[in-house]
Design a binder for this molecule. Structure first.
Ligand code: SF4
Length: 235
């Protein structure tokens, strides 16, 4: 299937955003936080862990350690114990402890806004840096997690696999004032219709626009699934 031109991608992006707005009128971020540090903590803890699991842990964590200064003053062992129910907790504890110390020592306790400064913190990659810049500081940025990268590729807006490359591709085709919410749209859509192992193209509101169902092989599968559903009386 021929690749879309930049102009076609921009047109497609506008149509997708319009449909996503109608589909998810009450779009919300699932991570709970009250300041930039808490969002950074949620982002670091969120690697290979669900937002719900992160929220369960941070609900207690932020009571025991209310500020970045409390994280910096705590021992690594204390933080490790406090987050032990999260996957990869030993590494994440080192990241949180290291980041807190740098933020206290170098940035007077304030989470930096500059991308380079954020990326210099332990455990902070492009995704978490964009998350903090976009959702807290409201600096336009596209958060590319696995959902966003995968679905943006299926939709036809991205072609790369590296998250930073995908972010740059999306920044070229999405209107700047939609950069921040695009990531949230993709996470929500991934949860509702487009799971990694189970794409629900038959009932997906983006199916008419999405490039994935237009692949010949996929079309055959969809037609067969539709016939089966009719035979089974599903709809
Ligand atoms: S049509 Fe299928 S592949 Fe495209 S977004 Fe929807 S579920 Fe995902």
């Amino acid at each position: 299937m021929a690749r879309l031109s930049l102009k076609e991608k921009k047109e497609l992006a506008l149509k997708l955003i319009s449909t996503l707005e109608q589909t998810y009128p009450n779009l919300e971020m699932t991570l709970k936080y009250s300041d930039a540090w808490e969002l950074l903590v949620g982002g670091i803890l969120g690697a290979q862990t669900t937002d719900e699991q992160v929220n369960r842990v941070t609900k207690i964590l932020f009571v025991d350690y209310p500020t970045v200064y409390d994280f910096a003053a705590a021992s690594l062992d204390q933080i490790t114990k406090a987050i032990r129910t999260v996957g990869l907790y030993r590494n994440k504890a080192k990241f949180l402890h290291g980041s807190a110390k740098i933020i206290v020592d170098k940035y007077d306790g304030i989470v930096p806004q500059a991308r380079e400064d954020l990326l210099s913190l332990p455990g902070v990659g492009p995704k978490v840096a964009s998350l903090v810049r976009g959702d807290y500081y409201k600096i336009p940025a596209v958060v590319v997690d696995t959902h966003c990268g995968r679905i943006s590729r299926l939709l036809g807006l991205a072609t790369k696999t590296d998250p930073r490359d995908i972010e740059l591709e999306l920044m070229k085709v999405l209107p700047e004032n939609d950069w921040i919410r695009w990531g949230h749209f993709m996470v929500t859509h991934g949860r509702e219709y487009c799971k990694a192992r189970c794409r629900n193209c038959l009932i997906c509101p983006l199916a008419e626009l999405c490039r994935y169902p237009k692949h010949k092989k996929v079309q055959k599968e969809l037609i067969a699934a539709r016939q089966q559903n009719q035979e089974d009386g599903c709809f």
